[in-house]
Design a protein around this ligand. Structure first.
Ligand SMILES: Cc1cc2nc3c(=O)[nH]c(=O)nc-3n(C[C@H](O)[C@H](O)[C@H](O)COP(=O)(O)OP(=O)(O)OC[C@H]3O[C@@H](n4cnc5c(N)ncnc54)[C@H](O)[C@@H]3O)c2cc1C
Length: 391
């Protein structure tokens, strides 16, 4: 039975950064990072957009092989097709996650963590002498690892949290169904991301065009299935793509779920922490989770290292991770979630009107704050939500 100090389950952004940070904080520890898929970063189940500031906390995008495109503009598209351009600065990057996730894992490996691909955790039980016994399966058979601390970074499925006794259930209204194609041979501004709203296009969600290059983009949508008319996200996407890009060639595609709720009430227990999607740390307003996953992985990795050094890996000690996460982003997510619920009830006429109002503001002055202020004038019922948001 191999003995390890920190066993990280899942090599997405949360897990890779957790292993990297744990090893960096305490080089003497044995850190093992598991990935079920045969290659880190594939298949891609993501639109791959990240904000500039968040990304830079972890790596510099200039000239990096894992960047697909730099984005300078955001274009909101109202249900009636009216376009409103919002930002004109470095706003975000579109990654190539088949390279970005391996880049993060390689940072962990360079600091001494062992990265095992094609290796799936299949269950775990508390070990008699403390920590966890984790069953692991790879092409050669099964093994059991004893780990002092387990970090569950296994994405939306969140099995590790469940094995450890966390309540990882999600209400249907808080789960977005997503579908996406990589479309080639389509016309759009390659320096802009497009966010398309409309109850008939993506109920209680939005559709996106995230450029990967000139003429090629991730084109997808996320919707709350409960708000739809019985059709799947894929069927909604097919209908939208047929209207907007009838000649686009599909060179890739994915479907997946995004949890648009707030952080789990409990994200750690004795010898175990959950990070990233597995702990429901996605921004509930935007559905973005890459940077959040990395930030939570950093906190979890550092907490694991410090706790092991102190010889105390109890839930009480690991709760420092939960508190740090809530102060960093978790509290904000509670506010974003309230805004999301309020926005869900707005109809197409609201978005059409807002786009026209925004277009009447000179382009240099179109900040998100000003747009929000206009939204409040038209929809005073948002004011209590906004007040809570900004306080
Ligand atoms: C269609 C779609 C579009 C999205 N677009 C964006 C976007 O543009 N920007 C953004 O910021 N976010 C986006 N997201 C969300 C983003 O993909 C996630 O928030 C992010 O990947 C979370 O990282 P993570 O490390 O927590 O989990 P993941 O990236 O899901 O990584 C979890 C890893 O764990 C592995 N694993 C699972 N179970 C086991 C096991 N038992 N043993 C071993 N390994 C296991 C999985 O194979 C996987 O590699 C999107 C999501 C979807 C579905």
């Amino acid at each position: 039975m191999p003995d390890v100090d920190v066993l990280v389950i899942g090599t997405g952004p949360a897990g890779a950064v957790a292993a990297w940070e744990a090893k960096r904080a305490a080089p003497e520890l044995d850190v093992v990072l598991l990935e079920r898929d045969p290659a880190v970063g594939s298949p891609v189940r993501c639109a791959e957009g990240v904000g500039d500031r968040g990304l830079r906390e972890f790596a510099s995008p200039e000239g990096a092989s894992w960047v697909a495109r730099k984005i300078a503009r955001v274009i909101f598209v109202a249900p009636d097709g009216t376009e409103a351009r919002v930002a004109e600065r470095d706003v975000c990057w579109i990654l190539d996650r088949t390279r970005f996730d391996p880049f993060l894992a390689s940072q962990a490996a360079a600091d001494g963590a062992a990265v095992l691909v094609g290796t799936e955790a299949t269950g775990m039980v508390p070990a008699r002498q403390g920590g966890w016994e984790v069953r692991v399966r790879d092409a050669h058979g099964e093994a059991v690892y004893r780990a002092r601390v387990v970090i569950g970074a296994d994405g939306v499925e969140a099995m590790v949290g469940r094995w450890a006794g966390l309540d990882t259930r999600v209400a249907a209204r808080d789960m977005e169904s997503c579908a996406q194609y990589v479309l080639e041979g389509i016309a759009f501004d390659p320096d802009a991301i497009y966010l398309q709203f409309g109850g008939r296009i993506a109920p209680a969600g939005y559709a996106w065009v995230f450029p990967k290059g000139v003429g090629i983009a991730n084109v997808g949508l996320g919707m709350v299935a409960l708000r739809g008319d019985g059709r799947s996200a894929r069927e909604y996407l097919d209908a939208w793509v047929a209207r907007r890009y009838p000649n686009g060639v599909r060179v890739g595609g994915t479907v997946g779920g995004v949890i648009v709720h707030t952080t789990l009430r409990r994200i750690c227990t004795d010898g175990m922490m959950a990070a990233g999607d597995a702990a429901h740390m996605i921004n509930p307003l935007s559905g973005g989770g890459i940077v959040n996953a990395m930030k939570s992985g950093r906190l979890a990795g550092r907490t694991a290292a410090a706790a092991i050094r102190e010889g105390d890996t109890s839930e009480r000690r690991l709760a420092a991770y939960h508190r740090a996460w809530m102060a960093l982003l978790g509290e904000d997510h509670l506010k974003y979630y309230r805004i999301k619920r309020a926005i869900e009830d707005l109809d197409d006429a609201f978005f059409n009107g807002l786009a026209r109002t925004v277009n009447a503001i000179p382009q240099q002055q179109r900040t998100l704050g000003r747009i929000f202020a206009h939204a409040l004038v038209r929809h005073p019922q948002l004011i209590p939500v906004a007040a809570r948001f900004f306080v």
